[in-house]
Design a binder for this molecule. Structure first.
Ligand code: NAP
Length: 316
């Protein structure tokens, strides 16, 4: 970490139509930064930042794009994040989840600009817990393997890059992307759902994650960081927290143990990550569940979900 370098102000965000990308772009704009976002299949409208369409599986577009846009930092949020699609299209997963970040890392290193790569808690198989950044990865699915390989490719090409292993929830463009939205939508519609009591994770509100990623960028933090919430809980407990935050009926959530139910991709039962390195860098622990849920409900009351949905061009 070197604090005397300039703070990146013109940021290129890939995957800007995704759950993390859109929230990160809005947070960066709120902080007075200039953002250029890259989307792929979706079309955004009336955003307070520039958006370009770009298929990043075509690696040849990356060099001319960076030459043209001249960002002074790149945050790579685009990915094939659907585990089942990764199983059925392993070549696409390998290209987008491993080769694309590797090329972006090489191109940003050549230009001496910071690169933030978004990785996942799923690089671990869950046989243990409270994983440290230095623990060996043990991916179970094609998604997890391609993300784990990306971490290596990124740090080989750009040793100062920040690799953030994340898990997050929040409001999305579609209103249906995150686990919290799934619980909220079903419980609001008074529909019975299942919550896994034996799958553990450390969810962080995406808006909190956005702020922390920008802070880490400003601090020029590099290497692998676990950027997740400070509490480890089951998916069932998370559903109950969503129900309580919105005064919805938590009895609609049936506690069950995880079963694959026709799913092909193997999932880790324990994705709890140690966040002490992050806490040391930030000077305090990352936000916990209560503060995340408080902000999640406040954003709802302020009409943030509708604001997001208005950016999503119908039919895109
Ligand atoms: N959600 C989580 O809790 C979670 C957990 C762990 C790690 N992560 C990681 O966090 C990052 C962001 O995830 P997310 O949930 O925000 O993802 P998401 O909502 O699924 O969004 C994926 C983004 O990638 C873009 N994309 C897909 N194919 C592309 C292509 N060929 N070329 C360029 N862009 C393409 C999509 O663009 P279009 O929609 O326009 O096609 C979209 O903007 C990913 O690296 C993911 O692996 C997420």
């Amino acid at each position: 970490m070197t604090a005397n370098k300039p703070v990146p102000q013109r940021i290129l965000i890939t995957g800007v139509s995704g759950l993390l990308g859109i929230n990160l772009a809005l947070e960066a704009v709120k902080q007075g930064r200039e953002v250029v976002g890259l989307a792929n299949s979706r079309t955004l409208q009336n955003t307070p930042f520039a958006v370009r369409a770009c298929d990043l599986t075509d690696l040849s577009v990356i060099h001319p794009l960076l030459d043209e846009l001249r960002p002074n930092a790149v945050v790579h949020c685009a990915a094939l994040a659907n585990l089942e699609v990764c199983e059925s299209q392993p070549d696409l997963a390998q290209r987008l989840n491993t080769e694309t970040p590797g090329r972006l890392a090489a191109e940003t290193a050549r230009r001496h600009i910071p690169f933030v790569h978004i990785s996942t808690d799923a690089v671990f198989n869950g046989a243990s817990c409270n994983y440290l950044e230095t623990d060996p990865v043990s991916p179970l699915s094609i998604y997890a393997r391609t993300k784990a390989e990306a971490e290596k490719a990124v740090l080989e090409a750009h040793p100062d890059a920040l690799v953030a292993r994340v898990n997050f929830y929040g409001w999305s463009l579609s209103g249906q992307r995150s686990l919290a939205e799934w619980f909220f939508n079903n419980l609001s519609g008074k529909r019975q759902v299942k919550g896994f009591t034996d799958v553990f994770f450390c969810p962080m509100l995406v808006n909190d994650l956005a702020g922390i990623l920008l802070r880490l960028l400003d601090l020029h933090a590099g290497g692998i960081y676990h950027v997740v919430g400070s509490e480890c809980l089951s998916k069932y407990a998370f559903g109950v927290a969503v129900a309580r935050a919105f005064d919805l009926d938590e009895n609609l959530i049936t506690p069950v143990t995880a079963e694959t139910g026709g799913l092909v991709a193997r999932r880790s039962p324990n994705m709890c990550l140690n966040t002490e390195k992050l806490a040391r860098t930030l000077g305090g622990p990352p936000p916990g569940l209560a503060s995340g849920m408080e902000r999640f409900t406040r954003l709802y009351r302020e009409g943030y979900p509708e604001t997001l949905r208005a950016f999503n061009q119908p039919g895109s």
